[in-house]
Ligand binder design. Structure first.
Ligand code: 13P
Length: 245
């Protein structure tokens, strides 16, 4: 099954106006690789300024509130993201789940909000080291995915990202076999809910992806791209990952 690869960068809480030059450079890289989708999940403060410079790169927010509007100080709604030109949003990142107490049902609501406002959604799942060490990772993450999945999940607008928490920012990644097994397990869990649409749903890998390990990871059948943190902050480090897709 041919799925169009997506290489997405997540800048997390990094980036000031000066870093918009990296968006320009990443836009140039993306224009040279028309077989691959490229996206950048930027701090909310950069989105409006990045959009006119992004070319074919989709610009997204890193989180969205589950309600449409209201008394939620500090939060951003899906309509606000859309209003400033974002076309995508990340939901359920482990840093949101861990530091902001977001539950899987919260994540499902956020995903539905993003879709309702015309955004494509990348929904993150992943286990911590304790779950991995107990040998339960595939079942645990499959359960987390199904609990986080919005009711009308469809590959037209939804992408899954598997990000083992212990691999984020650590330089440690699962073995290639472990990644293959997890992505296979997640696709079969999806098939149980959305049937044949599971075959066209993209499942990204994230966690310490670099230019060095990207060819092996992206070469796996069930890996349809990458969600990249640190190595997406500069075009120089992001370039070999886009090239490997
Ligand atoms: P790193 O690529 O820095 O490990 O971060 C991964 C991540 O959390 C992307 O969302």
């Amino acid at each position: 099954m041919q799925r169009r690869p997506l290489i997405a960068g997540n800048w997390k809480m990094n980036g000031l106006a000066a870093h918009l030059e990296e968006v320009d450079a990443i836009a140039a890289l993306a224009a040279e690789k028309p077989t691959v989708d490229v996206a950048l999940f930027l701090p909310a403060t950069l989105i409006a300024r990045a959009v006119p410079r992004a070319g074919v790169v989709a610009i997204g927010g890193q989180d969205v509130h589950g309600e449409t509007h209201g008394a939620f100080t500090g939060n951003v709604s899906a309509a606000m993201l859309h209003d400033v030109g974002a076309t995508a949003v990340l939901v359920g990142h482990s840093e949101r789940r861990t530091y902001h107490g977001e539950t899987s049902p919260d994540v499902a609501i956020k995903a539905a909000q993003g879709h309702a406002h015309g955004l494509s959604v990348v929904l993150c799942v992943g286990e911590d080291a304790a779950v991995r060490n107990e040998g339960k990772a595939e079942q645990w993450v499959s359960d987390q995915l199904l609990a986080s999945l919005p009711a009308d999940a469809d590959p037209e607008w939804l992408t899954i990202a598997y990000e083992p928490i212990w691999a984020i920012g650590t330089g440690v990644i699962p073995t290639i076999d472990e990644i293959a097994a997890m992505h296979g397990a997640l696709r079969s869990a999806l098939r149980g809910v959305i049937g044949d649409k599971a075959d066209t749903m993209r499942i990204l890998y994230g966690g310490s992806v670099t230019g060095d390990n990207a060819p092996d990871i992206l070469g796996l059948d069930d890996v349809d791209g990458a969600l990249v943190g640190g190595a997406s902050l500069t075009a120089a480090k992001f370039a070999p990952i886009i090239a490997a897709a």
